[in-house]
Design a protein around this ligand. Structure first.
Ligand SMILES: Cc1cc2nc3c(=O)[nH]c(=O)nc-3n(C[C@H](O)[C@H](O)[C@H](O)COP(=O)(O)OP(=O)(O)OC[C@H]3O[C@@H](n4cnc5c(N)ncnc54)[C@H](O)[C@@H]3O)c2cc1C
Length: 401
């Protein structure tokens, strides 16, 4: 999410909650930790009308890892189409920008239909990220026998480095191409959303709904100075599926523990990617799927595979493999803090976000430049440390007991 998107999402307040409503939605915190270094003390327990939130331990020495990957962005949107290659049919399913997990099931459903049109019962899937796994599983469920070929498997694929939120229109196409892509995007978003609802409440909580708080020093609807950005204007489609997600709620002073004057509560889907990817892999293998670790340097190498139809879900890798320079790498970096199971809410501001994943609190900086068309995946720890310190500062003045 960028600053612009933060403001857009946070500004989408459609309802004002009564204090009673807020209390009803508040989660029960676990007993607050009292260990040294806790930067946020618990809010006043029992303050009438106050939502109670477990303290976040935002400290740089709690960073367990800094992860970088490139979003496979295409100005026209993802490439989902067939191509003949000798006697094979290749169904491309790549180029999902910052929305790969969110759109995966819907996009892979479109790719599967194209594969089914070739009449085969054996399918090869190239790639084992979000798009490869969902393509393979959908094909199995449609009765196909499937082999995944990939140079790397989870956890060593870029998909594992995503934030893990329902962000179906994040860097998915540029504004110019949005009118052509909108209807297809909506189909993909609705299909994916429906599939995700069937994955709730499972052991390890691969998918869950969470609340989060947008914090701001200025009113969300106040005109902002133009954003300094070296990225294009992206297509925005969220209004097309506004009915799928709960409305953002304006939190009046006194109903939340934050010191910022403007606070919204949002409710969103979160993917606990470690558990979720493991579940997808296990489901695929349990249903008889095969996996072969293999790297392809040229499309002609695909001709040697036994399957006549292949789904190409190589993500950013398609740029080199299919010489597709329409894929632009958009670099992104996250840091993970030691998991805090008691922190069940997210935070976002103009400058940072925190996602409360089960494998660690994920912290990301917004608004930095130099990421567009940048394929450098070297982590910059200083940037992540600065983001963690910003998070610490955001929550440090949270009301104390
Ligand atoms: C910082 C960041 C945060 C993000 N947050 C979110 C989010 O919150 N929600 C969301 O929906 N999306 C998010 N995304 C976007 C999401 O991560 C991507 O859209 C998604 O991971 C793309 O998945 P993929 O399966 O196409 O590619 P990948 O995960 O890269 O998988 C590609 C697969 O193909 C294989 N492969 C590649 N080339 C070859 C080759 N030549 N031969 C053999 N195998 C090959 C790879 O080994 C791998 O198995 C985020 C991205 C970034 C960078």
């Amino acid at each position: 999410m960028q600053r612009r998107q933060f403001l857009r999402n946070a500004g989408a307040t459609l309802a004002v909650a009564s204090t009673a409503g807020l209390v009803a939605c508040a989660r029960q915190p676990l007993a607050p930790t009292s260990k040294a270094g806790t930067l946020v003390s618990p809010p006043i327990a029992g303050t009438p009308g106050m939502v109670e939130l477990a303290p976040i331990r935002a400290q740089t020495d709690r960073i367990t890892g800094v992860y970088v990957c490139t979003r496979p962005f295409r100005a026209a949107g993802p490439r989902i189409e067939t191509q003949r290659l000798g006697e094979k049919t290749i169904v491309h399913n790549y180029g999902h920008g910052g929305s790969g997990w969110s759109l995966s099931w819907g996009s892979s459903m479109l790719a599967l239909r194209m594969a089914q049109d070739t009449g085969v019962h054996k399918l090869g899937v190239i790639g084992c990220g979000a798009l490869g796994l969902t393509s393979a599983l959908l094909a199995q469920r449609a009765g196909m026998s499937v082999c995944i070929y990939a140079k790397a498997l989870p956890p060593d694929v870029y998909s594992m480095r995503a934030s893990g939120l329902w962000t179906p229109d994040s860097r998915i196409c540029d504004a110019q191409h949005a009118p052509d892509f909108g209807a297809r995007w909506e189909t993909m978003a609705r299909t994916s959303y429906g599939m995700y609802q069937t994955l709730l409440g499972l052991p390890g909580r691969p998918i869950e709904w969470i609340d989060g708080y947008s914090l701001s020093d200025t009113p969300f609807n106040q005109p902002q100075p133009p954003e300094v950005s070296d990225e294009p204007d992206y297509g925005e489609f969220r209004d097309r599926v506004r009915d799928l997600t709960p409305r953002t709620i304006d939190m009046p002073a006194g109903s939340h523990p934050f010191h910022q004057p403007y606070v919204h509560r949002y409710t969103t889907m979160m993917f606990n990617i470690s558990t979720y990817a493991r579940m997808l892999m296990t489901d695929f293998l349990t249903a008889g799927g095969k996996i072969e670790v293999r790297e392809f340097d040229h499309p002609h190498e695909l001709l040697k595979l036994p399957e006549r139809t292949l789904i190409n879900a190589t993500g950013y890798g398609a740029r080199a493999l299919f010489n597709d320079n329409s894929i632009i790498p958009v670099r992104g970096q996250t840091a993970r803090l030691i998991p805090q199971p008691e922190v069940t809410y997210g935070i976002s501001s103009e400058h940072i976000s925190m996602v409360p994943r089960s494998d660690g609190l994920l912290v990301q900086a917004f608004g930095d430049t130099g990421n567009f068309n940048n394929s450098d995946v070297t982590p910059n720890r200083a940037v992540s440390e600065a983001a963690v310190l910003q998070l610490a500062s955001l929550v440090s003045r949270t009301r104390k007991s």
